[in-house]
Ligand binder design. Structure first.
Ligand SMILES: *[C@@H]1O[C@H](CO)[C@@H](O)[C@H](O)[C@H]1NC(C)=O
Ligand SMILES: *[C@@H]1O[C@H](CO)[C@@H](O)[C@H](O)[C@H]1NC(C)=O
Length: 486
């Protein structure tokens, strides 16, 4: 106490304020007794572990430890999301969007959205230029339609609440008339863009330039409704050709050629600065994004990854970073079934962040209480939103929402991820995983995932020479916010 008084006595104002600024801690746990709840803050020094198990972490909060810059966190805005959100009363919807996008809640600042139908759309499937199935080379039949317009309006509302919001779009399929199979849904043969790629005369025949113009028209139509599209992927899961719902197979080399010769130039000609992110699929085929970066690097400097590889291994992103240090990476899709483990969303956020990802988006932001509306056939019938809209007009934040918010609320856009050590997972799955950031206001956030079924007394040392200690509740994701280092 005397020290504090003495300090205040002669130090200049802002210096004294920084010295006095205290740490805080927030937690969400598996039991749901903590939901972004304020808990006992860590203390400086070794603290008093009592009889608790102890754990040590260290972070490099000096410039030698600086890693990637954060773009944001969020989820996919699907037709299921828009449709279920729009059943809420105006005031409930406003409350919900405030919680999702502002610092009264999760502060999400990265949203993916579906361009036309995905599996999380009600029947029937659609794109923005179906034209009754007839070829429409002039794209004169292009129209967002009711669902596309509602999607754009929802994103515009989100943008008005979060000025840092980054929005990227992904189609599940090109319009049917642009495809060899002639339909939006996948099937076992010819589920490809009709662009001459398979017949060896790429671009000489078919609709490669129409496909490129489709993206231009979509971006302009959204812009007209107040949503700037910051990035696109040209195909969701290009290696996933499945019957029953919209899919389209795109070869790596075909993707690179489409972007380099058609989509990149078309966006540039239309004066659109929308980025094109490569791949948008699982971590087990790294040659795909590498081909796109190598052959269309003039237009692509980001890679999007999904979580569905068997035994997903996020260190793939670090390996990719080592060979492509200037390429940004994102984890753009992982589902959050209500039957999932409490830590499932924390895992798919933590892993990518520890391995150079600049952002993470879950699948999907919202659904109704039956994991829909979804297509009656194909795709996912058990994809639960981070938010579930109930039949009585209320809404519920799922466990996955809180687990992602433990990151998004405290690691803002523009934060720098810090190198660290001490995370470890035992073969039975127990352990501590952690990631830290240096935030634009100088504070430091440390997100700690405790999978033990007991509390852990954690001591964190910083390269800048501090030590902080405190309790991390059992089966929780807990975030420490430490004051700026002096
Ligand atoms: C990050 O920390 C690890 C473990 O302390 C260390 O081996 C590695 O060299 C560090 N990397 C950077 C980029 O500082
Ligand atoms: C919720 O989604 C399910 C699954 O698609 C659908 O059958 C149901 O009609 C939807 N309910 C409402 C109220 O939209």
């Amino acid at each position: 106490m005397r020290t504090t008084v003495a300090l205040l006595g002669f130090a200049a104002g802002s210096y004294a304020l920084e010295k006095r600024a205290s740490a805080s801690a927030y937690s969400s746990n598996s039991a749901g007794t903590y939901k972004l709840s304020s808990i006992t803050a860590p203390v400086q020094g070794a603290g008093d572990p009592g009889s608790s198990s102890t754990w040590k972490l260290s972070i490099d909060d000096t410039s030698s430890g600086y890693k990637q810059t954060i773009v944001g966190f969020g989820a996919a805005v699907t037709d299921a999301t828009v449709e279920s959100f729009n059943t809420l009363s105006d005031s409930n919807l406003q409350d919900l969007l405030n919680d999702l996008l502002t610092d009264s809640g999760a502060s999400f600042s990265l949203m993916r959205h579906t361009i036309g139908a995905s599996d999380l759309s009600g029947d029937p499937v659609y794109t923005y230029d179906d034209n009754g199935g007839s070829v429409d080379t002039s794209l004169s039949g292009f129209a967002l339609g009711d669902r596309g317009t509602a999607m754009a309006n929802m994103l515009a509302s989100m943008k008005s609440l979060q000025s840092d919001l980054t929005v990227f779009g992904s189609p599940w399929s090109a319009p049917g008339w642009m495809k060899l199979n002639g339909v939006i849904e996948g099937d076992t043969t010819n589920n490809n863009l009709n662009d001459g790629y398979l017949s060896g005369d790429f671009g000489e025949t078919g609709y490669a330039s129409e496909f490129a113009q489709y993206f231009v028209k979509y971006i302009q139509a959204y812009q007209d409704l107040g949503v700037s599209i910051d990035a696109i992927t040209i195909q969701n899961e290009p290696l996933n050709s499945q019957a029953g719902y919209p899919t389209m197979y795109v070869y790596a080399d075909e993707s690179a050629q489409l972007i380099r010769n058609y989509i990149g130039p078309a966006l540039a000609d239309a004066n659109l600065n929308t980025e094109v992110w490569a791949y948008d699929h699982n971590t087990d085929v790294t040659s795909y994004p590498q081909t796109v970066i190598d052959d269309a690097g003039e237009y692509v400097d980001s890679v999007a990854w999904h979580c569905y590889a068997t035994d997903v291994d996020w260190t793939v992103l670090s390996t990719f970073h080592d060979s492509n240090p200037d390429v940004s990476q994102y984890m753009t899709e992982c589902w959050t079934p209500s039957s999932g483990d409490w830590y499932q969303a924390a895992d798919f956020t933590m892993g990518p962040l520890q391995n150079w990802a600049a952002g993470v988006t879950a699948w999907t932001l919202g659904t109704n209480s039956s994991d829909g509306p979804h297509l009656s056939e194909g795709g996912c019938a058990t994809c639960t939103g981070l938010v579930v809209v109930n039949n009585d007009g209320s809404y519920t934040f799922e466990t996955a929402y809180y687990m992602i918010a433990q990151f998004s609320k405290f690691i803002p856009t523009g934060a720098t991820i810090l190198n660290g050590s001490g995370s470890y997972t035992y073969s039975d799955g127990d352990g501590i995983q952690s990631v830290a950031s240096l935030n634009p206001d100088g504070t430091r956030s440390v997100v700690i995932e405790n999978k033990f079924d007991n509390d852990i007394y954690l001591t964190l040392s910083t390269e800048s020479g501090e030590e902080w200690s405190g309790d991390i509740p059992s089966e929780s994701v807990t975030t420490w916010v430490l004051p700026a280092s002096s």
